[in-house]
Write a protein that binds this ligand. Structure first.
Ligand code: ADP
Ligand code: ZN
Length: 745
């Protein structure tokens, strides 16, 4: 007798043992899905280990095996277990990330449709009779005969819907033929293809330039004999994507498979098209995973990968769990992107998991960015990663020229400066005259960002969150950007009834209005979460922009990443300071990255690009280093600063948050935890003081933070788990643990 140790779904992660009935002994493997009895009900579970013995008294047998093959290979299982220890969460939670919900639940199957085929043919005489008495039946026979001739198969099947349409016939006629034993109908599986009907023209690889060739040689060496992860630091437009594409091709040629991770926001039709076109000859082997897939499409894509039909997977962070076998390469594009971090449990970072999975699978890992994260750059400096560099743009294109506009000098006579400076305005004018395109970037949507009363000092704040409400003029509403609370915009002060309500601060909606007024002849389009509510809107605007129907594209970070439009010669950053004053040790790094990335959208064609950065703190190092395209300078200074203050990458950080609708209970819970931790703290760990979070209240909950820093995360999480297990918090208090946090508000 053999035994299986399983994790029961929704059980919080305790492992239970069951006996494997002898008839299933070969079918049940690590990673198999099974049904098991738990008390008086049946539950689904995943096998995590096979055992030869078990000392559980009265062990019960498992009751069902789902499917023929395990849905979780040993490496993915290992990844899930590692996540549970490192990120301090139950294995079951980790497993939830690894297996898409639609697969775990198993409530959606393949799409079925009815198809018909000719069972036997009839002679000319019988056919003639049929034509006379039942012309609709004859038409069906005739259509199926044609299909058979075309498919070179007497029993070629046709989808019933298409058959009836082509024959001009109906169901009754078909049923009659089935009764006569002439035609059979069966249901067949059809793949749901999210890219159905789209055709991709084969795009040939570019011959690599000198810099690319050197880098590619190292990539090939790593594919042939994986040693350590590669970090490719290549400036915007240096042709990193070409390296990824050719690397993947090489892996395919070796009969292996590849994962390509891109940030969700960069998973644009443009990126997908680039991949689909390069691999047009093997389109069916490319699976795309993104958040817009329907449940059914996700189900089909997953199975396509799991059964080996797809060998290339492109997707956002969760694609790191794609069940590919025989992996040769994992690429993480824009590895510095924060969207690789999942902000709910399990709070994993897909780039870090990519490195780990690569070591489990013994395959090459290639991280790429124009602005590598300091964590990765540090890993390269210490020899953990191998650094590859591309310092030049493809085809000798110049890096865009970046001008900083000191907005303090733009205010005249005490007035607030205009939102679009004179210099930026005339630069846009010049582009319009030359029929070139401009991009304006502002990372804040809405019309104005605060609404206050001059008479009594009232400020419109969200009742659920400690933030002010943003005015959205198109709907005449004030909206909370944290929880979504909305109300009609007041026309007079709700407190003192004074008539004058003051709107201040600005978002994209306001900038759109200003730009439209400044350039009445130009076509201006805004791209942010408010205008992109329809799924197709994004593609439509990008297509219009590419074909030159839009002169000025204005938007939030949606337009900052990965887009390649050769006719864009001007980028304007409306307010570069916005992220700089956040209470976050990465504020400078993020600003540097954002400026560099946005600036990188300019000058990707034949004409040199120009970038205008409007700032009230023009001398800030993040802005100055970005201006000079000096990544190394920035990294050096920032690294030194992190070393002094013992911030990551020099320490590992853990953020504990307590949330509660009751302020005292929230803070008290964290204080209790703090006291307990103090007693058992492992060495080389610093424990901060519990304090209200910078965002004190959100969704009606008060929030408190406790930050720990340590040299050894595994030791700390072990202790943390022990302490948390012994503590019980009041029911209305939620305590979460975030290892390597990126969201410090
Ligand atoms: P990055 O990803 O580094 O920003 P891309 O890979 O998007 O850069 O390359 C920028 C442009 O240059 C793309 O249009 C790409 O097709 C083109 N390109 C890349 N490599 C070459 C090459 N070796 N020869 C010619 N064009 C290239
Ligand atoms: Zn709110």
């Amino acid at each position: 007798m053999k035994f299986a140790r399983v994790l029961v779904d929704q059980s919080g992660g305790t492992a239970l043992d069951y006996a494997i009935p002898p008839e299933w002994e070969t079918r049940v493997q690590t990673g198999s899905r099974v049904a098991v009895p738990v008390r008086h009900r049946q539950a689904f579970a995943t096998v995590i280990e096979l055992l030869d013995t078990s000392d559980v008294p009265g062990i019960r047998p498992l009751t069902k095996v789902v499917g023929d093959r395990p849905i979780l290979g040993p490496n993915l299982l290992r990844l899930a277990r590692w996540m549970a220890t490192y990120y301090c969460c139950p294995v079951e939670t980790a497993m939830r990330a690894v297996l898409p919900q639609v697969i775990r639940k198993g409530n959606i199957g393949f799409k079925q449709r009815l198809a018909a085929r000719l069972l036997r043919d009839i002679d000319a005489e019988t056919f003639a009779a049929l034509e006379r008495r039942a012309p609709k039946q004859a038409a069906i026979v005739e259509t199926l005969r044609e299909a058979a001739a075309q498919g070179n198969n007497p029993q070629e099947s046709m989808p019933v819907v298409a058959l009836l349409k082509a024959a001009g016939s109906d169901r009754a006629a078909l049923t009659a033929l089935v009764h006569k034993g002439l035609v059979a109908t069966e249901s067949e599986t059809v793949a749901r293809d999210p890219h159905e009907g789209e055709t991709f023209v084969l795009a040939e690889p570019h011959p690599l330039n000198a810099e690319q060739a050197i880098v590619f040689e190292d990539v090939c060496a790593a594919i042939d004999k994986p040693e350590k992860p590669l970090l490719l630091h290549g400036v915007t437009g240096s042709g990193k994507t070409e390296i990824y594409l050719q690397g993947i091709q090489r892996v395919l040629d070796r009969g292996q498979s590849a994962i390509m991770l891109v940030p969700e926001i960069a998973l644009t039709p443009q990126t997908v098209e680039r991949f689909k076109s390069r691999f047009a000859a093997m389109q069916a082997e490319v699976a795309v995973l993104h958040s817009h897939l329907s449940e059914g499409e996700r189900h089909d894509e997953w199975h396509k990968i799991n059964n080996g039909a797809a060998r290339i997977v492109i997707g956002a962070r969760s694609a790191i769990f794609a069940p590919l076998e025989n992996l040769g390469l994992i690429v993480v594009d824009e590895e510095h992107e924060n969207s690789y971090k999942q902000e709910e449990a399990p709070r994993y970072h897909a780039r870090d998991l990519a490195v780990l999975r690569g070591s489990f699978e013994k395959c090459a890992v290639l991280l790429g960015s124009a602005t590598p994260s300091l964590e990765s750059f540090h890993n390269a400096a210490t020899g953990k990663y191998q650094l590859l560099r591309m310092a030049l743009r493809v085809d000798d294109r110049k890096m865009p020229y970046i001008r900083i506009i000191d907005m303090r000098l733009e205010s005249h006579g005490g007035e607030a400066p205009s939102i679009i400076s004179e210099k930026l305005r005339s630069a846009i004018d010049a582009r319009l005259a030359r029929k070139e395109q401009s991009i304006l970037f502002l990372n804040r949507r809405g019309f104005s960002t605060s609404l206050s009363c001059n008479a009594c000092g009232y400020v419109a704040e969200c009742p659920n969150c400690s933030v002010s409400l943003t005015f959205h003029r198109a709907e005449n509403r004030i909206v909370c950007h944290i929880c979504g609370h909305t109300a009609i915009a007041p026309s007079k002060c709700p407190d003192c009834k004074a008539p004058g309500i003051k709107f201040s601060g600005f978002g994209t909606e306001r900038v759109e209005e200003i730009v439209t007024k400044l350039f009445p002849k130009a076509t201006v389009r805004r791209m942010d979460a408010d205008t992109m509510t329809r799924k197709e809107a994004y593609r439509e605007v990008l297509t219009a922009f590419r074909t030159g129907k839009i002169d000025i594209l204005l938007g939030t970070q949606m337009i900052a990443k990965g887009l390649h439009f050769p006719n864009v010669t001007l980028v304007g950053i409306v307010n570069a300071d916005m992220g700089l004053h956040m209470p976050d040790f990465r504020a400078g790094e993020r600003t540097f990255q954002l400026l560099t990335q946005v600036a990188g959208r300019a000058g990707r064609g034949d004409v040199e690009g120009e970038v205008f950065v409007q700032s009230f703190t023009p001398h800030h190092p993040a802005i100055q280093f970005a201006r000079h395209h000096d990544y190394d300078g920035f990294a050096e200074q920032e690294t030194e600063w992190r070393r002094q203050w013992d911030y990551p990458p020099f320490s590992k950080m853990v953020l504990i948050t307590a949330r509660s609708a009751h302020q005292e209970r929230g803070s008290f819970s964290l204080e209790t935890l703090h006291r307990r931790l103090k007693e058992v703290l492992p060495p080389h760990t610093t424990l901060g003081e519990p304090a209200p979070a910078p965002l004190e209240k959100s969704h009606g909950n008060y929030r408190f933070h406790l930050i720990l820093r340590t040299r050894s995360i595994q030791k700390l999480t072990r202790v943390l788990n022990e302490v948390l297990e012994k503590l019980t918090f009041p029911e209305d208090v939620t305590v979460t643990v975030d290892v390597d946090p990126y969201q410090l508000l």
